[in-house]
Ligand binder design. Structure first.
Ligand code: ADP
Ligand code: MG
Length: 231
C-alpha cells in the first residue's frame, strides 16, 4: 500500500512538471512551424525534403506536448453517473474504421453486465482508446481484439482487453507506464502512464499479462462507485 501511494504521488509530480514544460514548449513551437512553412515557399534551391522532415519533427514535438498537457490538465472534470457499457461501445465505434483498415476485428463480450457508475466518462474513454490502440499497434498483420466484461463481485467490474499481438517480454512489463517508455518508432510512451493514472484516480487498478508471440491481456479493475461519499 505504501508503494502504491508513492507511485501515485510520483505520477502527480511528473504530471505537474509535464504540464508546465508542455506549456512552455507550445508557443515557440507554433511560431517555428509558421516560419518553416513561410521559408519553404521563399527559399529557392533548397531540397524540399528538408522542409518535410522539419515539419514532421515539429509535428512530433507537438504530439508529445499535447499528450503531456492532457496528462496534467486540471480541466473542470465532473464525476457523473455513466453507463460503462456505452462508454466502451462508443470507443469501439470510434476506432472501428481504423481497425478495419488494419484488418482487425474488435469483438465485445458481455458488456451488458456492466453497471452504471460515477466516473469521468471522457477519461475512461481515453483509457480504452489508449488500450485498444496499443492492441492494434501490436498486431501489424491484423487479427482479433476482444473486450471482455465481467463482475468479479457486485462492487467490482473487470474489463479485459485481449489482443493476439507480438506480446511483451517478461522483463519489460514493469517498465510499461513509466514516462516516455516506448518501443515504437513513433510512440510517445505516455499512453499507458495516462491510462494507469486515470484508472487509479477512479479507485481502480491495471494488470498486464503477456506471452511473447501470442498476445497481451490488459485487465482493468474498476470499483462500482454509485454515489459521492460525504466524508
Ligand atoms: P506508446 O504506445 O506511445 O509506445 P504506451 O505508453 O501506450 O506508449 O505503451 C508503452 C509500450 O508498452 C509500448 O511501446 C509497447 O512496447 C508496450 N505495449 C503496450 N501495450 C501493448 C500491447 N497490447 N502489446 C504489446 N506491447 C504493448
Ligand atoms: Mg500507446
Amino acid at each position: 500500500n505504501e508503494l502504491l501511494l508513492l507511485e501515485s504521488e510520483q505520477l502527480t509530480a511528473v504530471g505537474q512538471l509535464a504540464a508546465s514544460i508542455a506549456h512552455e514548449i507550445r508557443n515557440p513551437l507554433t511560431s517555428l512551424k509558421g516560419f518553416v512553412q513561410l521559408i519553404e515557399n521563399k527559399v529557392p534551391g533548397v531540397n524540399k525534403e528538408y522542409f518535410s522532415v522539419m515539419m514532421e519533427e515539429l509535428g512530433r514535438i507537438e504530439l508529445i506536448t499535447s499528450e503531456l498537457l492532457f496528462l496534467a490538465k486540471p480541466q473542470a472534470q465532473e464525476f457523473k453517473i455513466e453507463q460503462m457499457n456505452k462508454i466502451i461501445q462508443d470507443v469501439v465505434l470510434l476506432l472501428g474504421s481504423q481497425a478495419l483498415i488494419n484488418r482487425i476485428e474488435i469483438r465485445t463480450e458481455n458488456l451488458a453486465c456492466l453497471p452504471a457508475m460515477l466516473c469521468i466518462g471522457q477519461q475512461l474513454k481515453q483509457v480504452f482508446i489508449n488500450l485498444i490502440k496499443n492492441a492494434m499497434e501490436a498486431m501489424p498483420g491484423g487479427g482479433v481484439i476482444e473486450i471482455k466484461a465481467s463482475m468479479p463481485s457486485t462492487s467490482l467490474m473487470l474489463i479485459q482487453v485481449v489482443d493476439q499481438g507480438k506480446g511483451i517480454p517478461k522483463e519489460l512489463i514493469s517498465k510499461i507506464g513509466s514516462p516516455f517508455y516506448t518501443t515504437k518508432e513513433n510512440g510517445t510512451g505516455l499512453g499507458m502512464m495516462t491510462t494507469i493514472k486515470i484508472i487509479k484516480s477512479h479507485g481502480g487498478n491495471v494488470n498486464i499479462s503477456s506471452i511473447e508471440g501470442q498476445g497481451t491481456t490488459i485487465d482493468v479493475y474498476l470499483p462500482v462507485v454509485s454515489s459521492v461519499s460525504t466524508s
